[in-house]
Write a protein that binds this ligand. Structure first.
Ligand code: MN
Ligand code: MG
Length: 692
C-alpha cells in the first residue's frame, strides 16, 4: 500500500505502515497534516452501527536514545536490560494479543549511544542512507512518532536530513532546494516548534491516520470498521535553552496548551475521531507557563485529547508503587494510568518498557468515542518476573549489523592510557577518579580560550564542574568504569556520556556557593540521632551532582542540614571565598543554559558558548596527556562530608563487591552491607561512615 501526502511544495510517496489488521479495499490510508484536501477520503465507507465496540491498543516506545541492541558500547558488552531488539518482542506479542494496534514513538530517538554519535558526527550518513534507528523503526512498522529534545542535539540540518524533512528556517537553504533524504517511512509530527520567519511548525504538526478496526456489533458480529485517528506531537520548549546554539534565530516554541488548543479542533474538523497526544514531557502541576519543560499535566486538560503518550523523564507510568513526585499529583492516577481522566502511559527509556493503552471505543452518534472507564493503561517490562529478560527479535540485529560493527571499531580507537581504574561507583561518597580528568580537560580548554580571546577576563580564576553522569540510575551497569591500561574512545564516552558542548560562565562567590548547594540536593537530609538505616542518596539525578575537583578548592557538604544550607568552608587557595569574588566556571551547554534549574544559570552568565563537544575536548586532552595518572588526574577531592557521628547506618547503592576499589581510590569509610539489594538491578547496598 502506498500513501501520499504533501511535504512543503513537494509530493512524496511513502510505504504505508501500520499494524491495524489487514487494510481492505474499503479504506485507503491517508496521512495528512497540511489541509483537508490532502486526505484521501475513501470512496465508500461501510455503515457502522451505533453501539459497535472495538479495543484499540496504543503501543508506546519513548526515549529509545538509539539503543537498538542490548549492548553497551562503553563497556563493549551485552546489556540485556535495554534495547529495542527486546522491546520488539513485546511489540510482536501485543500485536498478537490485540486485533487493533498502533505503534507510536515519543521521541529522544536519534541520540544517546555511540552508534548515534557515529552516524551523526563521526561518519555522518549521506542523504540516501536511512539512519540506523529509523531503519529499525521502519522494520517494526511504526505508525507515527514525535520529536524529543535530544533530536535537536545534532543541529537542524542533520535533523532535517535524518528525518527526511525540509525545514523552513532562516539558516537553511530555501525548502524547495533542500534534498529530500531517506528517513522514517512513518509520519513524524511536532506541533510546537515553529520556523522563526515562516511562523509555521517545522514538522507536520499532526497526522490523521485512517485505519480499519476489527470491531463487534451490538448483535455480536465481528466487522471491519473505519476509524480516523489524529496523532499530534509536542516537545519541551526548553530546547531553546538546551540547544540554543542550533536553534536561536531559526525556530521558536509554543506552549503545549497553546499548540493543542489550536490544532486539536482543526484535527476534529478534518474528521479525526480519536486524538492521541504524543508529548515528550512529563507531568508538572506548578503554574502553567508556555515555556514549562514538563507540560503534559496541562495538556491533558485540553478538550478533545483521548490519550496521552508521555516521556522525557525516563520513568514508568502507570506504576502503583511509584514514588516519583509527578505521578503523585492531584488528578494523576498512578494505578489506573490516567492524568485528569485521560488514559496515559510512559514507557521508561532505552527500550526497557513498552507502553500499552487499551482504548475502549464505542461507536456512538455516528463517530467513535473513547469509553474512559473501560480503558486501561500499563507499562510492560522487557524483564520477566524471575528477573530474566524476554528474547531478542533477531531481525533487529540483522538490520543494524553494519552500523553496530562500525561503531565498535570507532569506539575501540586507542587515544592514551591510564595507570588507575576510573569509576563513578563511589562518586556519591567522594571518589573523583572518573571526574577529575573531565574537569581538567574543561578548565584547560576554557583557560586557553580566555587567554587567547577574552583579555577582559584575564586573571579571573578558571575552574570547572562536572558530575557523575552514570551513577546507577539504570542499575549496577550504569556506572562509568574505565579499566587501568589503554584508553579508547569508548572510554572517553564512558567518562563523558552526553553530546554536550563546552560553555563557560562568569559567576560570583555567592553564585558558586548556590550552585554547589543545588548540586548537594543529591543527598537526603540525615538525622544523626536516628538509629534506623538512612538512605544517603536522594532521587536528585547524578548528572546534576556538579562537583569541583581541584587542588585550589575545598568545601564540605553537611548532609545533616536542609537543602541550601549544606555547603561549608568553601575555600579557594586556602582562603574563604567572598560573595563578590569572581570566577569563570567551565561547564556544558545544558547547565549554562538553564538545565537542572541551577540558581542564576539561565544563559545570562555565559561568556563563551563553544561549538566544541565536551567529549571531543576530553579526547583531545587525553591525547595530549597520553598517560593519565592517579596522583595527578584522579585524586584531588575538593569536597568531603562534614564529619558527623550517626546512631544508625547511612546507606547508598553501587555495583557489588567493590570495597577494595573504593579503598584504592582513597574512599576508606565504606562497607558493603548486602551484595544484592533485591531490586534485580545488580546493585549492592553499602554504608558510609560519615564520622571518618
Ligand atoms: Mn530522554
Ligand atoms: Mg527528553
Amino acid at each position: 500500500m502506498r500513501v501520499t501526502f504533501m511535504a512543503g511544495k513537494r509530493m512524496r510517496t511513502l510505504r504505508a505502515v501500520g499494524a491495524l489488521g489487514a487494510i481492505g479495499a474499503l479504506s485507503a490510508i491517508g496521512i495528512t497534516a497540511c489541509s483537508s484536501s490532502d486526505i484521501e477520503t475513501p470512496q465508500s465507507q461501510p455503515q457502522v452501527a451505533n453501539g459497535t465496540k472495538a479495543t484499540l491498543a496504543l503501543l508506546e516506545t519513548t526515549d529509545i536514545h538509539t539503543n537498538l541492541l542490548s549492548y553497551d558500547y562503553y563497556k563493549l558488552a551485552e546489556d540485556k536490560s535495554l534495547g529495542l531488539e527486546r522491546t520488539a518482542t513485546l511489540i510482536a506479542a501485543a500485536r498478537k494479543e490485540f486485533p487493533n494496534t498502533m505503534l507510536l514513538d515519543d521521541g529522544d530517538t536519534i541520540q544517546g549511544t555511540a552508534l548515534a554519535d557515529y552516524q551523526a558526527q563521526v561518519a555522518p550518513i549521506d542523504c540516501k542512507t536511512t539512519l540506523g534507528v529509523y531503519k529499525v523503526m521502519n522494520l517494526l512498522k511504526y505508525d507515527a512518532g514525535t520529536i524529543g529534545n535530544h533530536e535537536f542535539n545534532y543541529g537542524l540540518p542533520f535533523l532535517a536530513q535524518a528525518t527526511g524533512s525540509a525545514f523552513d528556517v532562516p539558516n537553511m537553504s530555501p525548502v524547495a532546494s533542500q534534498p529530500v533524504c531517506a528517513g522514517p517511512t512513518f509520519p513524524l509530527v511536532l506541533s510546537n516548534v515553529l520556523g522563526a520567519k515562516s511562523q509555521q511548525p517545522i514538522f507536520k504538526p499532526y497526522a490523521i491516520l485512517e485505519r480499519t478496526l476489527t470491531a463487534t456489533t451490538p448483535d455480536g458480529k465481528t466487522v471491519s470498521a473505519p476509524v480516523k485517528i489524529g496523532v499530534i506531537g509536542f516537545t519541551p520548549p526548553a530546547i531553546m535553552a538546551w540547544d540554543k546554539r542550533w536553534l536561536d534565530g531559526n525556530v521558536y516554541t509554543q506552549g503545549l496548551v497553546e499548540s493543542a488548543s489550536k490544532y486539536v479542533p482543526e484535527m476534529k474538523a478534518k474528521g479525526a475521531q480519536i486524538i492521541v497526544a504524543m508529548s515528550h514531557g512529563g507531568l508538572d502541576n506548578s503554574t502553567y507557563s508556555p515555556s514549562m519543560e514538563n507540560g503534559s499535566y496541562y495538556l491533558s486538560k485540553v478538550p478533545g485529547i483521548d490519550a496521552m503518550l508521555i516521556g522525557h523523564s525516563h520513568q514508568v507510568f502507570p506504576d502503583k508503587n511509584s514514588t516519583v513526585t509527578q505521578f503523585n499529583l492531584p488528578g494523576v492516577d498512578k494505578v489506573k494510568g490516567t492524568v485528569n481522566g485521560v488514559p496515559t502511559v510512559m514507557a521508561n527509556f532505552w527500550g526497557k518498557h513498552l507502553g500499552v493503552i487499551k482504548l475502549a471505543l464505542n461507536y456512538t452518534n455516528g463517530t467513535w468515542m473513547v469509553d474512559r472507564n473501560s480503558s486501561t493503561a500499563e507499562a510492560r517490562s522487557i524483564q520477566n518476573a524471575d528477573n530474566s529478560y524476554v528474547a531478542v527479535d533477531p531481525a533487529i540485529s540483522q538490520a543494524s549489523a553494519a552500523e553496530h560493527s562500525a561503531t565498535i571499531n570507532y569506539v575501540k580507537t586507542p587515544i592514551g592510557s591510564t595507570d588507575f581504574r576510573m569509576t563513578t561507583y563511589f562518586a556519591d561518597v567522594g571518589d573523583v577518579s572518573a571526574i577529575e580528568i573531565v574537569n581538567q580537560a574543561q578548565a584547560a580548554y576554557v583557560q586557553d580560550y580566555v587567554s587567547a580571546n577574552l583579555p577582559q577576563y584575564a586573571g579571573i580564576p578558571v575552574l570547572s564542574v562536572s558530575a557523575p553522569f552514570k551513577s546507577g540510575f539504570g542499575g549496577g551497569n550504569d556506572f562509568t568504569d574505565v579499566a587501568q591500561g589503554n584508553v579508547a574512545i569508548n572510554n572517553a564516552a564512558d567518562l563523558y556520556l552526553y553530546p554536550n558542548t563546552i560553555y563557560a560562565v562568569k559567576v560570583t562567590g555567592a553564585d558558586l556557593k548556590a550552585w554547589l548547594e543545588t548540586a548537594a540536593k543529591r543527598f537526603n537530609k540525615i538525622d544523626p540521632a536516628n538509629t534506623a538505616a538512612q538512605t544517603l542518596v536522594s532521587t536528585y539525578p547524578g548528572y546534576n551532582f556538579d562537583m569541583i575537583t581541584s587542588k585550589d578548592f575545598s568545601y564540605e557538604i553537611d548532609v545533616t542540614q536542609a537543602v541550601d544550607s549544606r555547603i561549608r568552608n568553601l575555600k579557594y587557595q586556602g582562603a574563604a571565598i567572598s560573595d563578590t569574588q569572581s570566577f569563570i566556571v567551565a561547564t556544558n551547554n545544558y547547565r549554562a543554559s538553564g538545565g537542572g534549574n541551577f540558581p542564576g544559570l539561565d544563559g545570562s552568565k555565559t561568556i563563551y558558548a563553544s561549538p566544541d563537544a565536551s567529549r571531543d575536548v576530553l579526547i583531545a586532552y587525553i591525547k595530549k596527556v597520553q598517560t593519565i595518572k592517579a596522583a595527578s588526574n584522579g585524586s584531588d577531592r575538593s569536597w568531603r562530608f562534614t564529619k558527623v557521628a550517626t546512631a544508625g547506618q547511612v546507606t547508598f547503592k553501587a555495583a557489588p563487591n567493590l570495597v577494595a576499589l573504593a579503598q584504592t581510590n582513597g574512599i576508606t569509610n565504606v562497607t558493603q552491607l548486602q551484595a544484592d539489594d533485591g531490586t534485580g538491578k545488580g546493585l549492592a547496598v553499602y554504608s558510609v561512615n560519615l564520622n571518618q
